[in-house]
Design a protein around this ligand. Sequence first.
Ligand SMILES: [Zn+2]
Length: 281
Amino acid sequence: MRIFDPHIHMTSRTTDDYQRMHAAGVRAVVEPAFWLGQPRTNVGSFLDYFDALLGWEPYRAAQYGIHHHCALALNPKEANDPRCAGVLAELPRYLLKDSVVAVGEVGYDSMTAEEERAFEAQLALAQENDLPVLVHTPHRDKAAGTRRTLDVVRAAGIPPVRVLIDHLNEMTVGMVADSGCWMGFSIYPDTKMDPDRMVALLKEYGTDRMLVNSAADWGRSDPLKTRQVADVMLAAGFGEDDVDQVLWRNPVAFYGQSGRLDLAAGSEAGPDYAGNTIKRG
Ligand SMILES: [Zn+2]
């Protein structure tokens, strides 16, 4: 089984996690830029973080046979801090880098005017750079936040096929399915979706445009949730091809739109990686 986790914050995880992920079948990840818990106080703090996502983290992942790409953005929460607004001016040169496969995560946290401005500016940057976008939806008042998110996406004129709306649940999946955007689900140990609820949604909505991630970070989370969903899918009667579509081919298709997804086996890959011939989505 091959697994691509399309949303995970490996910066917050240990090498033990990389090892366990590889053993569970994870061969590729995308790490979106986000909030570190401790607020950043200046633009340079973001740039060092972006550089780590472009250099150090892919190097670390490669030691364990896992391909690492990233999405870069000013995250919704810190879009509210005027000390961080200058990040938007630095992003264009970062979005040119080879391992950047999307703009993200962007969107709403508390649904403020500042968040909306940063969201719209970064949707425009995505279009200028021909990159797909990973959009976070708020955890509070999720239905209203998701509806407004879809309005902003529509108004920006970006093709829905290039947009992934993440952290969905039973209440929000329907409107995103209708929008034509990709649907992302974060599977956490005790909040949001769990593997059984996820598989119920796959039965109801099918496997097209569906992405499953662990969104593992510095909070209570589990980088093996993707594998657990795969196992529950198989136990529920889905075939291996369905599992491969949701946990590998869908993320490859979505991020492959960047033209930068490089999943070729190479010197950086671990011993188990031989035989994979997929390159550039
Ligand atoms: Zn995240």
